[in-house]
Design a protein around this ligand. Structure first.
Ligand code: MG
Length: 205
């Protein structure tokens, strides 16, 4: 990854380790030739910069899907609430301006296309087979299941399903992401690729 872009990605707000981000960059660069890369849960754009740089190198595109009202853990009073992202006028979180800054900083405005919508609503609109889906949205069982059910069937043969926040040990983190990872594996439609940190990757057969 280009050193300047790498520095921008590292400076973005977000909850993604650098080795996981570099893995996303590599996966997106490979998968974007098959169709658009879809990111569920862009938040402030940290993973968008890694994914977008990979997609751009392949001449592809990235769809950054997020309702931008924050997940459960971002709400006021919760562990990961960021007061800088609170929109007093609406009385809700709004991470879209920060995402747009990240995309602009990385010069990705022709590659990374934000879609401000819930993941299932966006899935109703995006009909084309996609090259890659990265699921990093809500971490409740219901949110993760909805993301999985909405998007996993859209991945082109040879494409990638990546899922963040896999914790094989339940004492280390929530189980919703790893539960959908296991569901995908159980379909026998995917082959397991090496995991990077808490980032799992599967290839569609
Ligand atoms: Mg995450």
């Amino acid at each position: 990854m280009d050193a300047k872009m790498h520095a921008i990605a590292k400076s973005c707000k977000g909850f993604l380790e650098d080795d996981e981000g570099l893995r996303l960059y590599e996966l997106a660069r490979e998968a974007a030739v098959l169709g658009p890369v879809v990111e569920i849960g862009s938040y402030c754009g940290k993973s968008s910069v890694y994914l977008g740089c990979g997609a751009r190198e392949a001449g592809g595109a990235l769809l950054c899907i997020d309702h931008h009202r924050g997940s459960e853990e971002h709400q006021p009073g919760e562990e990961y609430h960021d007061p800088e992202l609170f929109d007093e006028h609406v009385g809700l979180l709004d991470s879209l301006p920060e995402l747009r800054r990240s995309i602009a900083d990385a010069g990705l405005e022709d590659t990374a296309v934000p879609i401000v919508a819930s993941s299932p609503r966006a899935a109703e609109i995006v009909a084309t087979p996609v090259g890659m889906v990265f699921i990093d949205g809500g971490h409740s069982e219901e949110a993760a299941s909805t993301d999985y059910e909405s998007w996993s069937g859209k991945i082109a043969s040879g494409g990638i399903l990546a899922i963040h926040d896999l914790f094989p040990n339940p004492e280390e983190g929530g189980q919703a992401p790893i539960n959908i990872y296991r569901r995908a594996l159980a379909t026998e439609l995917f082959d397991e690729l090496p995991t990077t940190g808490t980032l799992g990757a599967l290839r569609r057969r």
